[in-house]
Design a protein around this ligand. Structure first.
Ligand code: AP5
Length: 222
């Protein structure tokens, strides 16, 4: 019998490298990347009522209320591609109520990846971050500069990527992280996120290979 596709959550402080690692993970594992922050920014860009409300919280580095975030993420997780290919959920849950809301719908991960990065390097990562609106690729002016001038000229910056705002986001993160971690501690894998992005990926890759291998063995022995 075919095993169900993998379901992975990835968590970490603002600018710890979640989005960067998700791009590398989906390239190899073909999981559906669902980023709560990206879903919210799409609402903001669309100018919807939810988007307008969400922006007020995002500007302050606070959590957007559950009534907006929970349905948005749940609906994306239940779409056929996520169900068939498996998913990689980035930046959700950020509170125990968000975790419990998924549990109630029978949605649970196989693995919880936690990126650990010291606070003092997060600000530098945020202020140097740039995005390519054409490819969606994440760059950093110092660590991952764009490949050519054409890309450089079209790069954009997120509205919450200032030193002041990342400090607010970090405060929110620190207030909520323990409650979320305690719910997933049995399936958590801690990753050193301070090394190069390739070395961070190597650690995550090993954990995913291990998970897939274990699942193969379990299904064979059934
Ligand atoms: P969200 O968009 O999720 O932002 P965040 O958690 O602050 O995380 P970031 O996207 O800033 O960083 P990242 O970890 O993806 O890092 P990246 O790979 O880009 O959320 C934004 C807001 O939306 C929240 O504040 C909240 O208001 C709201 N929200 C989101 N989810 C919510 C939820 N569940 N409930 C309620 N509200 C919610 O990397 C950062 C930079 O570092 C890049 O420039 C990159 O190139 C560089 N970099 C990456 N890896 C390395 C490395 N190994 N070495 C050197 N540089 C690196």
């Amino acid at each position: 019998k075919a095993e169900p596709p993998p379901r992975i959550m990835i968590s970490g402080a603002p600018a710890s490298g979640k989005g960067t690692q998700c791009q590398l993970i989906t390239q190899k594992y073909n999981l559906v990347h669902i980023a709560a922050g990206d879903l919210l920014r799409a609402e903001v860009a669309a100018g919807s009522e939810n988007g307008r409300r969400a922006r007020e919280y995002m500007e302050k580095g606070q959590l957007v209320p559950d009534e907006i975030v929970v349905t948005m993420v749940k609906e994306r997780l239940l779409q056929p591609d996520s169900q068939e290919q498996g998913w990689l959920l980035d930046g959700y849950p950020r509170s125990s109520s968000q975790a419990l809301a998924l549990k109630e719908f029978g949605i649970e991960p196989d693995l919880f990846v936690l990126l650990e990065v010291p606070e003092e390097i997060l600000v530098e990562r945020v202020v140097g971050r740039r995005l390519d609106p054409v490819t969606g690729k994440i760059y950093h002016l110092k660590y991952f500069p764009p490949e050519n001038d054409e890309i450089t000229s079209r790069l954009t910056q997120r509205f919450d990527d200032t030193e002041e705002k990342v400090k607010l986001r970090l405060r929110t993160h620190n207030q909520n992280v323990e409650a979320v971690l305690s719910l997933y501690k049995d399936i958590t894998i801690k990753i050193d996120g301070q090394v190069s992005k390739e070395d961070v990926f190597a650690q995550i890759d090993a954990a995913l290979e291990n998970l897939l291998q274990q699942r193969k063995e379990t299904s064979r022995s059934l």
